[in-house]
Structures are given as structure tokens and as C-alpha cells.
Design a protein around this ligand. Structure first.
Ligand code: HEC
Length: 406
């Protein structure tokens, strides 16, 4: 029938990969039909079609199996499950880029989304990626408009912050390379700690993100000594001898790729104070560190958030392309360089232009973005940072009013 219909020749004319894939699908259909063993009621053709729709995919679980079933929205038609996940819920994917400006296409996809949603008997999850790489290009899509269209009292945005935080851990492990196994482990609670030095005297020294220099027994991992460094540590200590006395010196100060880019997670992963110093220790040393300077808590005081949602989404994309690697994910600084939500510069478009595009702080590491960021794009970035600052100001005010919910 396929041969008589001319379908194969028709698809072969389509030179794109799509044509080839369709021909392959047709041939696969023939081999699937050949291997099909009809059972149950109805004609063999009917039961084959039902089988193809319902059971498509190798090794689908049966009703009694405790398993995850993956399927397209179209194959899900007519089925129901207690728990359903709809993934890739982003503008550009669902609804598809092609449909976004086409009212009819959009309506069709909205109906399809409704089909997917109504497959859930008890619970429905939507997932979307803030950033995805498709065909080698990074994109930052907005969450699907179909999510925004839900009645707000039915949808709940889960706070994934606690899970993210709980997944961040750190430890120092001693490894026996001959036996190829771990010998001891010191849990540090936080990632992104300092380098290590070991001495001939059976000691291991390491500084931590939480501002402690620790000495362990090299063979057992027993904790022998520690000192507060008043700043997170990234560098490795060194050890040296002067007039028969051994010293351990370390450069303290925190930052680095995770320390700058990870935003709120980085903020919580190191000692808030970040005083860069070199500290040296020896047995019987008497010097103590001065008390930490007391700093007034920073106050979030952003200008009002007046930009349209589209401007904020565009600004978010630009911010995460050009700024987040230093100023932190989601415009949340880690306390190492200025947190733009708290910066008074965001109140003043001209001042922002002088710093960001002209590079007036270039000597301090704030490079000029004149060639990358147009004045319009800088306005979008500013709108996004202002939006984020207002969002967090509201959140802070709510947690003060209602601490139990925090
Ligand atoms: C390579 C790292 C890096 C990148 C990328 C970067 N910045 Fe900066 N930025 C800095 C540093 C470092 C400072 C602090 C300079 C100083 O201490 O004077 C700074 C300071 C600033 C300030 C001044 C804040 C204040 O209150 O003093 C603004 C505004 C700013 N950056 C905006 C941006 C924007 C917008 C982008 C993206 C287009 C961006 N930065 C990208 C490193 C960076």
C-alpha cells in the first residue's frame, strides 16, 4: 500500500533530513506490522493501530510496573496518570517559536497543552530551563505563557533554593593511590575551600570557605588545631623554615569562579567578611587578629520597577550573557564584588553608562562593554536588576512580617 500510494517517492523528494526520517519511519512501520502478533478483539488492523499508539516505544512499563513512562503529548491522549510531568515548558519550545505570532497555531498548541495537563489525576508538574543550549546556541527562554495563563491559586512555584543548598557539600579526602581507596575524610559542609599542604611532620593544613585554617594528622585525619582567618580561604598554605623554626603562611580571601558566579549559593558558602591578608603561624606564636570591622547592614533601596515583562526578560538574558559571571547568578552578588541590586548606580542610567559602557572602573576590574552592550541593551539590563531588587525587597519584607513562612 505504501508503494502504491507514492508516499516514499514523495518524501524522497524532500532533500532535508526530514524527508529521509519520514522514509525511515515508513519502513519501520512495515517491519513493525510484519512482526505484530494480533490478539484480543477487533480486526488485526485496528489492534495494530491501537498498539502503535498506546505501546509505542520499546519496553514501556505495564500498568502494574512502578516506573516512569515517557511519551509525547499526542501519544498521551486518552491516558491518565496519578502524577504527570510536562517538561520543556518554555516560550519558544511550547508554544513553539513558529506559533508564537500565529494566533491559530497558538490556539492549537494551547489545546494540546490542555490535553497534557488533563492527563494528571492528582498532581501536575511543569518544568522549564532558565538556560538551554539548542543546536549549539544558548537561549534564555521565558517560562511558557501557558503556565502564566493558569489560575494563580492553582499553580504553586516550588522553592528549589533549599534543595540547591543541600546539594552543596565539601570535604577533604586523603587518598591511598596504591590501594586506590580513600583513607580518611574531613567533612567541611561547604564547597570551594582552599588548597592543601602536607609536611614531613605528618601534618596536613587547609583553609576553608568559612574562614578557618585547620591542621589534621596526615595519616589518620584527626583534627589537631585550627585558627580563625576572618575571611574565606582559596589559596594553599606554604611552609618554610627560618632559623630552625617552622612557619605556615597562607593568603586568605575568597572568590573564584564559583565564588563570583553562583549568586545566592556563593553568598551562603563563605564567611561574609572578606579581608584579604597574608597570615603566618608558628608554634608558640602570640599575635592575634584585630576584631572584624563592624559594617552597617546594606539596605535594598531600588528605584520602582516600571519596566514591561518583555523588557525584564530581555534584560535577564543580556545580564546572564555579559554580567552574571562576575556579579552573580540572578543578579545576586556573593559579597566579593558589588551586588548590583544594592548599588545606587542602578538609579542613574547615565552613571551606569559611564561605568559599564565607557569603562570608568576598568582599572579595578570592571571592563568596558561598549562593543558588546548597546545603550538600549544596558537599559534592559538595568531594568532587570531593578526588577530583581524589588522582588527581593518584597520577599524580605514578607519574611519579616511572617517569619514562619520563611
Ligand atoms: C570580569 C568581571 C566583571 C564583569 C563581566 C562585569 N563586571 Fe561590573 N564590576 C566588576 C568589578 C570588579 C566591579 C568593582 C569595581 C570597583 O571596585 O571599582 C564592578 C562594578 C560594577 C558597577 C559599579 C557598582 C557600584 O555600586 O560601584 C556596575 C554598575 C557594574 N559593575 C555593572 C556591570 C554590568 C551591567 C555588567 C554586564 C554588562 C558587568 N558589570 C559585568 C566586574 C565585572
Amino acid at each position: 500500500m505504501i508503494q502504491h500510494s507514492g508516499l516514499i517517492e514523495h518524501h524522497q523528494k524532500d532533500k532535508a533530513d526530514r524527508g529521509e526520517a519520514r522514509v525511515e519511519n515508513l519502513l519501520e512501520l512495515v517491519s513493525a506490522a510484519r512482526g505484530f502478533d494480533p490478539d484480543g478483539d477487533g480486526s488485526p488492523l485496528q489492534s495494530f493501530l491501537a498498539h502503535a499508539v498506546l505501546e509505542s516505544g520499546e519496553g514501556q512499563g505495564t500498568r502494574a510496573d512502578d516506573c516512569v513512562q515517557m511519551m509525547t503529548l499526542h501519544t498521551a491522549k486518552g491516558l491518565e496518570f496519578p502524577l504527570v510531568f510536562l517538561s520543556g515548558m518554555e516560550d519558544g519550545l511550547f508554544p513553539h517559536q513558529r506559533s508564537i505570532n500565529d494566533l491559530e497555531g497558538l490556539e492549537e498548541e494551547r489545546r494540546l497543552c490542555y490535553v497534557g495537563m488533563t492527563r494528571a489525576m492528582r498532581q501536575l508538574y511543569f518544568t522549564y530551563a532558565e538556560q538551554r543550549r539548542l543546536h549549539g546556541v544558548d537561549s534564555h527562554n521565558a517560562p511558557s505563557r501557558f503556565i502564566q495563563e493558569l489560575p494563580p491559586d492553582l499553580a504553586k512555584e516550588p522553592d528549589v533554593g533549599p534543595q540547591g543548598e543541600a546539594s552543596l557539600k565539601g570535604h577533604l579526602a586523603a587518598w591511598d593511590p596504591v590501594a586506590n581507596k580513600e583513607v580518611w575524610r574531613a567533612e567541611l559542609g561547604h564547597p570551594w575551600n582552599g588548597g592543601v599542604v602536607s609536611t614531613a611532620g605528618n601534618l596536613v593544613f587547609q583553609g576553608t570557605a568559612m574562614g578557618e585554617l585547620i591542621a589534621y594528622s596526615a595519616d589518620t585525619g584527626a583534627r589537631l588545631w585550627s585558627a580563625q582567618t576572618q575571611a574565606g580561604v582559596l589559596a594553599a598554605p606554604i611552609t618554610y623554615e627560618v632559623d630552625g623554626e617552622q612557619y605556615v603562611a597562607i593568603e586568605v580571601g575568597w572568590g573564584g569562579a564559583f565564588g563570583l558566579a553562583a549568586g545566592e549559593l556563593a553568598l551562603k558558602s563563605h564567611l561574609a567578611a572578606n579581608l584579604p591578608r597574608v597570615l603566618a603561624y608558628k608554634l608558640g606564636g602570640k599575635a592575634t587578629l584585630p576584631a572584624l570591622p563592624v559594617e552597617a547592614p546594606a539596605v535594598l533601596d531600588p528605584p520602582p520597577d516600571r519596566a514591561s515583562a518583555a523588557t525584564v526578560v530581555a534584560g535577564k538574558k543580556l545580564y546572564h550573557t555579559y554580567c552574571s559571571n562576575c556579579h552573580g547568578d540572578s543578579a545576586t552578588g556573593s559579597g566579593v564584588i558589588p551586588d548590583l541590586r544594592y548599588s545606587s548606580v542602578i538609579k542613574d542610567a547615565a552613571a551606569m553608562d559611564v561605568i559599564v559602557r565607557q569603562g570608568s572602573l576598568q582599572a579595578n576590574g570592571m571592563v568596558a562593554f561598549k562593543d558588546e552592550v548597546s545603550p538600549q541593551d544596558l537599559d534592559r539590563i538595568r531594568a532587570y536588576v531593578i526588577h530583581r531588587a524589588n522582588e527581593d525587597k518584597r520577599r524580605l519584607a514578607e519574611s519579616v512580617r511572617n517569619p514562619a513562612a520563611d
